[in-house]
Write a protein that binds this ligand. Structure first.
Ligand code: BTN
Length: 254
């Protein structure tokens, strides 16, 4: 895996401290520990396999060996805006996948990427607040690059991969491309171009959805993404709701 980390470094256009390991429980879990102990921004940890990959809302993230890209990055943001950081990560993944594989992905607010109607990537940002706001944030990205030999099991109807099994392994190139694109967006979080790139790829635009925020449930049609990356929903009674957190499900769909 040292070779894998070196390959990534070769493709990178900035300084990152990249480590790759064959197996770990969760790269997010491990980097949260390192962030709390003072590790700097730009520390990156990748694993070929995770035994306890974590998703949002306490879910797990299926992370079999040899086919996915599972990695986390430590960030120490000047501005504590987890929603925009997640948005920048979604744009970076979509742009990198386009550059490396010429595949177009859609972004389902806020953190899932879809190829046709299959989820191929999930993003999990976890942070710790200090006296001055968000002290650090660990951004975790999991991508199903190649279809796993054993299939997706119970996720078969929901999950997909970018490519079939057996294609040449370009995961190092993809990882570096994502990091290059991500840091470019991260450094200009308020640039309208980043927001525009996100909006252009919105999977939910114009769709009827059910949104969940804590105990609240909203039904309506997605009419856009606001300037702060919030989801804009028009309820059936015409009222417009702006969601900055929560979970969205498509009508008649998962
Ligand atoms: C989601 O789909 O809800 C988010 C999934 C995030 C998965 C990635 S894989 C690398 C990093 N380590 C983890 O344990 N989770 C994230």
């Amino acid at each position: 895996m040292k070779e894998f980390a070196n390959q990534i470094q070769n493709f990178l256009n900035r300084d990152c401290r990249v480590t790759a390991v064959p197996v770990i429980d969760s790269t997010n879990r491990a980097l949260k520990e390192q962030a709390a102990a003072g590790a700097p921004e730009g520390t990156v940890l990748l694993a070929d396999r995770q035994t306890a990959g974590r998703g949002r809302m306490g879910r797990s993230f299926f992370s079999p060996a040899g086919c996915g890209l599972y990695f986390s990055i430590i960030l120490r943001p000047q501005r504590p805006d987890p929603l925009k950081i997640t948005m920048a990560a979604g744009v970076a993944v979509a742009e990198a996948v386009k550059v490396v594989f010429d595949i177009d992905l859609k972004i389902k607010w806020v953190n899932d990427l879809y190829l046709l109607d299959r989820k191929v990537c999930g993003i999990l940002a976890e942070g710790a607040a200090g006296e001055k706001g968000l002290e650090w944030c660990v951004l975790g990205i999991g991508i199903n690059v190649y279809a796993p030999r054993e299939g997706f099991g119970e996720l078969e109807q929901i999950a997909g991969a970018l490519l079939p099994q057996g294609e040449a392994d370009r995961r190092a190139e993809l990882a570096a491309e994502i990091l290059n694109h991500f840091f470019e967006c991260y450094e200009k979080l308020d640039d309208p171009a980043v927001l525009e790139a996100y909006r252009e790829r919105s999977y939910l635009q114009g769709r009827k959805v059910t949104a969940y925020r804590g105990n609240e449930v909203f039904e309506g049609k997605v009419i856009g993404i606001g300037d702060e990356a919030e989801l804009l929903l028009q309820k059936d009674d015409g009222e417009i709701v702006a969601l900055s957190s929560g979970e969205v499900r498509l009508e008649n769909y998962r």
